[in-house]
Design a protein around this ligand. Structure first.
Ligand SMILES: Cc1cc2nc3c(=O)[nH]c(=O)nc-3n(C[C@H](O)[C@H](O)[C@H](O)COP(=O)(O)O)c2cc1C
Length: 221
């Protein structure tokens, strides 16, 4: 299953194949049966591609991301005994320019599956690269509590969130069965967050290229 997932990622990247684009890692946190999140993530992915980001999409369900018993940075600099999927994900996290996290609200916070993923890698891998949050819920508040929880976690992981969040209330009413967006306004509502993310990712990339990373400041490498 993971091998098929890798092959489809490689195909995605070969189709785009432009080294100058900003790279964004899009992560969908929900792995629940019947999840709404897949429609949200596919929609966000399309908008990112329209803005000329090079998108790698991590669907934690499709990739069968495991329950992590040991974060990679607790396995030493050689990552001794780390499963291949964790090594691949860490490499991708280090190579990307920005993150977009799509999160549902579960009990006023983020799904455990998403926290399990985020905690598996060191702050040094996230490397001062910005993140943007997309949250949603079936209720009227758009899962906003999950975004505040996520901001804290991502901040500690050295991936500060841009100030604008894209929140989708009543998510069950926003897409048809095939995931097509029913309300065109959703597209323009996503723009402020993406605009900030693009600006911050470009700024961080330029500075990284000039001076590298503040390596000694990270808690874990
Ligand atoms: C375990 C669990 C906890 C939830 N907690 C909240 C909550 O605190 N606030 C809220 O607005 N919705 C809550 N919901 C409703 C979710 O927002 C809604 O089910 C949403 O579709 C979940 O995303 P998903 O379908 O992609 O998994 C919860 C759902 C689940 C499964």
């Amino acid at each position: 299953m993971y091998r098929n997932y890798l092959a489809s990622l490689a195909r995605q990247q070969a189709e785009m194949g432009n080294g100058d684009k900003l790279k964004v890692l899009l992560v969908l946190g929900s792995i629940r049966d019947g999840r709404q999140g897949i429609k949200v993530a596919n929609f966000v992915r399309k908008q990112l591609e329209n803005r000329n980001f090079e998108v790698t999409f991590y669907d934690l369900l499709e990739m069968n991301f495991p329950m992590v018993k040991q974060p990679v940075h607790f396995l030493g600099p050689e990552r001794s005994g780390a499963p291949q999927i964790l090594l691949d994900c860490e490499k991708q996290i280090r190579e990307t320019d920005a993150f977009v996290i799509v999160s549902a609200e579960y009990n006023n916070s983020i799904p455990g599956s998403l926290k399990n993923f985020l905690d598996a890698f060191p702050d040094g891998a996230y490397g001062c690269k910005p993140s943007g949050v997309v949250c949603y819920s079936m209720g009227p508040y758009g899962g906003y509590c999950s975004s505040t929880a996520l901001r804290t976690v991502l901040g500690v992981l050295s991936s500060p969130c841009v100030s604008r969040v894209f929140a989708i209330p009543l998510v069950q009413n926003e897409f048809d069965e095939d995931g097509n967006v029913l309300n065109e306004k959703l597209k323009s509502d996503l723009n402020p967050m993406l605009e900030q993310l693009e600006w911050m990712a470009n700024a961080a990339k330029c500075h990284r290229q000039k001076v590298g990373l503040p390596t000694s400041s990270f808690m874990f490498q």
